[in-house]
Design a protein around this ligand. Sequence first.
Ligand SMILES: [Zn+2]
Length: 444
Amino acid sequence: MTLLAGEWCVSYSGSVKRPHPIPHATKLAVVAVLSLLPPSSVVRRAAAAESATALTNLVVETNFPSGSGKVIEINQDERLIKLEPSSHEGRGWACWWYVRVSGFEAGETISLQVGRAPWATPERAAFSSDGETWRQTAAGERNGAWITYRHKVDAPVAWFAWGPPFTPRDSEELIHFATAANSQAARYELCKTRDGRIVPALKIGSDDGSGTAGVWIQARQHAWESGSSWVCRGLVEWLVSEHPRAVQLREKAIVSIVPVMDIDSVAIGAGGKDQTPHDHNRDWTDQPHWPAVAAAMKEIAQRNQNHKLDLFIDLHNPGASTTRPFFYVPPRKLLSAKRERNLERFLATARAEITGPLPFVGETRESGAGYDKRWQAISKNWVTMNTQEHVVATTLETAWNTEHSTTDGYRSVGQQLGLAIERYLRFNPRDEIAQETKPGQHER
Ligand SMILES: [Zn+2]
């Protein structure tokens, strides 16, 4: 039997018992009688709810932080749920989905059919049987704009998502972990959002001494790109550890980290990308719309003025067909000789350290006027145009549609990014450029 569930299903959370099958003729009779009653009738609504409950074995819920999913159809016989991301008017692309499924028994195989390609349909979905530990399903089967994941669940409840979720609570817990693990780490509040939420941030390292280097790391200007927060988590875990090179980096630099910039969109499960009036990574202007962007710009400008800024890295996930991490770099024509020297050095250290399972093999792309008409409002371009000429600003795009795009894979990229930053800062980016190494004068 096929039940057209509609959106009511997403918040249904009653206790579920396997119902006795209701003969088709009986269902039609019930529908016919009920249809004689006015729509507002208590009897009609109660009967409809009871009928729906009885027919619904599988239950889909999204009423939790970052939840998203509009149920289109549940086929109880085939144990198949068809859904697409919830739409949030004006809140960006509908590509993120994250649902809790119950109403089945441990050991059953559940099928999840999700659309639409390409943004909402990773080759493998993220899956959890405890809501905390995330793994991947097997590769799904594509049919047009839809993909079907079949997964045998070893528990009576399961969570499925576009990728491993990283919620506002995860951001707070990461920061709590860091401050508990290391006395050089401190939590602070970047700002309060337009919807009244706190954007938590982390500062790691010493802020004294004129030689202190400065690093700014941020993730999730685009809310759906949850993998970027996992990269951020890997970096934080490494940076507060006793790894000798993490200790060295903490002694040399102060590192500011924002694990989730667009916390409002992440909280409600909206995509965020291209939201109204524009998304966070098109907002770096004289009059930013988003408080997190305004606060980040202010702090970065202060640190630049105080000679405490060397490196800015914005963490993202790219398009569906990308299989390896790459960096977006500012248009080369914006770069002074010193900034270009430093960018090349940073890319070389990233290539040396980000070695897999998601390796950076040297690919870069420019995002200038030909990329987007608001290119000057992209964060790394704004930083490039508004900081001292030794500062490197770049965007790391970590591939999300691979078998390594897991919590462990992302965290490896974050840890390796930390190693790259440590190696990069072994040389002083503020050193004057040597005459004989100016770009264009010699082969590099
Ligand atoms: Zn992005």
